[in-house]
Design a binder for this molecule. Structure first.
Ligand SMILES: Cc1cc2nc3c(=O)[nH]c(=O)nc-3n(C[C@H](O)[C@H](O)[C@H](O)COP(=O)(O)OP(=O)(O)OC[C@H]3O[C@@H](n4cnc5c(N)ncnc54)[C@H](O)[C@@H]3O)c2cc1C
Length: 354
């Protein structure tokens, strides 16, 4: 293969492919899924993600994204509401990721679906990719965009104990609000989905009481979140799970930031921002675009990673502080939103990556 190869076709891989293709380089993107499916994600997109998407040719309103204007907070009997201090939307990941891959193809990238890379290794200045099924390919440069999935030969040096769970629910929730619901072991986000129903997505400590059961059963997850606050109990009453068990992703290494050499890393392979602030997709798009530019210039991955890490470290830290407040002092957080909405809004703004 003569051009750069991107492994993984989520937002990060697609953004890198579009960036390279627009610069006149012909990248090849390998995605293991034949059909784009759902992913464990809160599906909250703020204006920074929207701005990058717009630049990549993906328009949220025309994909049917639901505008979100308010945030509701619940912990125990306490609850509060604030106007979101930035524009935000809800859009199913299956819709978003399909639109990005289509934009990558339209920009001139070759997208191969149903190609799973089993392992990679460096050989001289090239990269050798072993494809599941036995084929071997060689690429002059490699962009690793496999998200939370580790690839043999180039695993992240990341560790973490968070468990991500996602459940699609049928029924009605407030049409313009994201709800942040504290519960044992962490918190969940609940928001409307384009086309109806709601997305319930939780980031939990896998060792907390009740979390193992919540990971195995939709009814147990709904009961676990509903037990955490009066607001959750009210919002979840009457909603019906569309599957018998939630989608799950284990050992999410919140706060991970890659520094070092190897292939270019983008998205969750480069940085995992605490999910509470809904900035993971924005981070993925930004990192994909920046890596595409560095790859096109022939820059060293180590230098690129150092520069990228420095530019996002501040936003990551602030997101970590807010996520830890929700996790460890949820009532304080709800009180802060209720009594000091101006300060809560300013803090929420500071978590944006810009
Ligand atoms: C609980 C939770 C809630 C979240 N909520 C939000 C939110 O509300 N808003 C937000 O912006 N972010 C959120 N995030 C973060 C967001 O989901 C991720 O940051 C984002 O998906 C990262 O994009 P990516 O392109 O790096 O990886 P992914 O989206 O995971 O894409 C990786 C792709 O690589 C493919 N792949 C993997 N391995 C291989 C292989 N070996 N060969 C070929 N292809 C491969 C996969 O099939 C996949 O399509 C949340 C995360 C969690 C865990």
């Amino acid at each position: 293969m003569s051009g750069p190869v991107i492994v993984g076709g989520g937002p990060a891989g697609a953004a890198a492919a579009i960036g390279l293709a627009r610069a006149g380089v012909r990248p090849r993107l390998l995605e293991r899924d034949r059909v784009v499916g759902e992913k464990v994600c809160g599906e909250f997109l703020a204006e920074d993600a929207a701005r990058h998407l717009d630049g990549l040719g993906v328009d949220l309103p025309s994909l049917g994204a639901v505008p979100l204007r308010r945030a509701l907070f619940g912990a125990g009997r306490a609850q509060a509401e604030m106007r979101l201090p930035f524009a935000a939307w809800s859009l199913p990941r299956a819709v978003l990721d399909a639109a990005l891959l289509q934009a990558a193809e339209e920009a001139g990238a070759t997208v191969e679906r149903g190609v799973s890379v089993a392992a990679v290794q460096s050989c001289g200045t090239d990269w050798e990719l072993r494809i599941a099924g036995g084929e071997t390919r060689v690429a002059p440069s490699l962009i690793l965009a496999t998200g939370k999935h580790e690839l043999r030969g180039v695993q992240r040096s990341a560790s973490g104990g968070a468990l991500g769970l996602k459940l699609i629910l049928a029924g009605d929730v407030p049409a313009d609000a994201v709800a942040v619901l504290a519960c044992s072991g962490g918190y969940a986000g609940l928001q409307p989905r384009a086309g109806g129903g709601a997305n319930l997505c939780a980031a939990l400590d896998s060792r907390a009481p009740g979390v193992a059961e919540a990971a195995r059963s939709a009814a147990a997850l709904v009961a676990h979140v509903a037990a955490g606050s009066a607001l959750a109990a009210r919002l979840l009453a009457g909603l019906r799970a569309e599957a018998s068990r939630p989608m799950a992703v284990a050992r999410v290494p919140y706060g991970f930031l890659h520094r070092g050499d190897g292939p270019f890393r983008v998205g969750d392979q480069a940085a995992v921002i605490p999910s509470f602030c809904g900035d993971g997709v924005a981070m993925a798009l930004l990192s994909g675009l920046r890596a595409a530019e560095a790859c096109r210039r022939g820059a060293s991955p180590a230098l690129h990673h150092a520069g990228f890490a420095a530019s996002v470290a501040g936003g990551m830290r602030m997101a970590g502080v807010v996520a830890s407040l929700v996790r460890h002092a949820p009532r304080l957080m709800v009180g802060g939103v209720a009594w000091l909405p101006g300060i809560a809004g300013a803090v929420a703004r500071r978590t944006r990556l810009g």
